[in-house]
Design a binder for this molecule. Structure first.
Ligand code: ADP
Length: 504
């Protein structure tokens, strides 16, 4: 039975032929070329023309020809052909059908080639995407940086203009410019932050700060904002909160600020509540619970998951002039701080955000309240400020702000080559140093100042005025012994506050 089935499936795959040295077929088993005896092998297929010359050669030679395409009686095959000259007169010709083998081989090779090409395309695509992403992020970072400079000018001069004699119509216009430019500043900062988060370049700082002072200032600012909109601002600050903690106060302010700004934005009547309490203290770390509750428009349940995604705005009405980045930044900052955030909302009733953040306890600093000097409290009649800056906008902004105080002389150096000489002649109390300068940088100049032979000169406080405040920049400034950084765009308050910190 087996023999019968075997026969049905068996297909001849080899044909043996004996040929003489004149290429005539003497014997054949007719496996795929039938009735071929007495014919010349050249009649089987043109390929055999090429081997006729070999038949006249020495005996006991063997030749192998691979991958020969032949047309047999009833099909096309791909074969290996072996020629053995077993005597001076005769040779054995073996034709082995290896069609399946070669087809598979070809298929495998083709697949391999395709997969090599696919992986090369993938590699190229990845490279392209990485380059595109890098370009995008560098572009955003540079662009936002460049935009800050003129914006800084607008914000400062709007501030200054507001202090001049204006009629009520002019004041209204100025308010509009003020709101719009601050809004623009906010958006640029959000875009810059999200692009930094995306490339993992947003690093947190570790600073010791007084929590109750921080919350006091925070509540003060937002109470005014809420009340301006006719909302009640409520707050409960837990009594057991640790006084001095270590963390990033700027980012904490950004997180809470974004949430409360939203609460105010999306609430038309009722209240905004901020609750802060201590969860627990463990291993020198305090876990603090923050809750921000509003009685605003609320969010439908099906949209709750979406609000933390970049560029997502659930409320698309005119009321919403945001970028849809605020909550994405909040969520990322909270997870950078190893904390967690959750949202609960009832449509048309209100929203509440709850977050837990941990901070190291600062047991060394005892309730460090930084006394910010006010102009009246300062010792000298007039202080000498040296500004190293070649942007006219910044020069004028600083000049206007300081002149209004009546407590400062301002000198400006635009050519860095003359700086050391000016310092030696004028012995200023503080140096305000731009970082991007022609042919040099502010941090380079700071290094030179710190190497001056005169003791009192090399210690002059140097405050950088710059829009470049990436962590790597801050590190560089610190290394150059720059005392503090005033980030552009600056306003009157931030400029004066930092200057006062360094006046004796
Ligand atoms: P936006 O710049 O649009 O405010 P956010 O990322 O801060 O962006 O918020 C995303 C969306 O979540 C908002 O567009 C708004 O629809 C919704 N949202 C955020 N906070 C509140 C809130 N307190 N009440 C109602 N909706 C809110």
């Amino acid at each position: 039975m087996l023999a019968k089935h075997k026969l049905a499936h068996e297909k001849a795959i080899i044909q043996y032929l004996i040929v003489d040295k004149k290429s005539i077929i003497l014997e054949s088993d007719d496996a795929f070329f039938s009735n071929v005896t007495k014919q010349s092998i050249t009649s089987l297929h043109p390929f055999f023309e090429s081997i006729t010359t070999l038949l006249d050669l020495e005996e006991n030679q063997e030749y192998l020809f691979s991958c020969i395409h032949l047309e047999t009686d009833n099909r096309n095959i791909i074969a290996d052909i072996t020629l053995k000259t077993f005597s001076k007169e005769h040779a054995l010709l073996i034709i082995q059908d290896l069609t399946t083998h070669y087809d598979n081989y070809q298929l495998t090779a083709q697949k391999r080639n395709e997969s090599v090409i696919d992986s090369q395309i993938l590699e190229l695509k990845n490279k392209y995407l990485i380059e595109k992403e890098e370009f995008k992020n560098t572009f955003i970072a540079n662009f936002s940086h460049e935009i800050r400079e003129p914006l800084s000018g607008i914000i400062t001069f709007v501030d200054i203009l507001g202090k001049t004699n204006l009629d009520s119509e002019q004041k209204d216009y100025l308010n509009i410019i003020n709101t719009s430019s601050n809004h623009l500043k906010h958006m640029i900062e959000d875009i810059l932050d999200i692009s930094k988060i995306e490339v993992g370049k947003l690093n947190l700082i570790e600073d010791s700060f007084n929590l109750s002072e921080f919350l006091e200032e925070f509540v003060f600012t937002y109470k005014i904002k809420a009340e301006e909109k006719g909302l009640t601002f409520l707050n409960t600050i837990g009594e057991k909160l640790p006084p001095q903690i270590i963390g990033d106060p700027y980012r904490l302010k950004q997180i809470l600020g974004n949430l409360i700004d939203n609460a105010i934005k999306y609430t038309t009547k009722g209240s905004i509540t901020l609750n802060v309490s201590l969860n627990q203290v463990r291993a020198n770390k305090a876990s603090i619970h923050f809750q921000i509750i509003d009685t605003g428009i609320g969010i439908e349940k099906e949209n709750l998951d979406k609000v933390f995604t970049s560029f997502t705005q659930v409320d698309t009405t005119q009321r919403n002039k945001g970028t849809g980045l605020g909550l994405a930044i909040v969520k990322n900052l909270v997870s950078l701080m190893d904390g967690n955030i959750s949202i609960d909302s009832e449509f048309n009733e209100g929203t509440s955000f709850a977050l837990n953040l941990s901070f190291k306890l600062d047991t060394k600093t005892k309730d460090k309240k930084v006394e910010v000097a006010t102009v009246e409290k300062l010792g000298k009649d007039k202080y000498h400020i040296l500004l190293v800056e070649n942007s006219e906008i910044t020069q004028l902004s600083v000049l206007k702000i300081l002149a209004a105080q009546g407590k400062f002389y301002l000198d400006i150096v635009t050519n860095p080559d003359t700086l050391i000489e000016t310092i030696q002649n004028q012995k200023p109390d503080i140096i305000l140093m731009d970082i991007n300068l022609p042919n040099t940088t502010g941090d380079q100049l700071a290094i030179e100042i710190r190497q001056l032979p005169e003791k009192e000169l090399k210690k002059i406080p140097i405050l950088a005025l710059t829009g470049k405040v990436f962590p790597e920049d801050l590190k560089r400034y610190k290394k150059a012994k720059i005392n503090d950084v005033i980030s552009k765009p600056f306003d009157e308050k931030s400029l004066l506050k930092t200057i006062h910190k360094y006046l004796k």
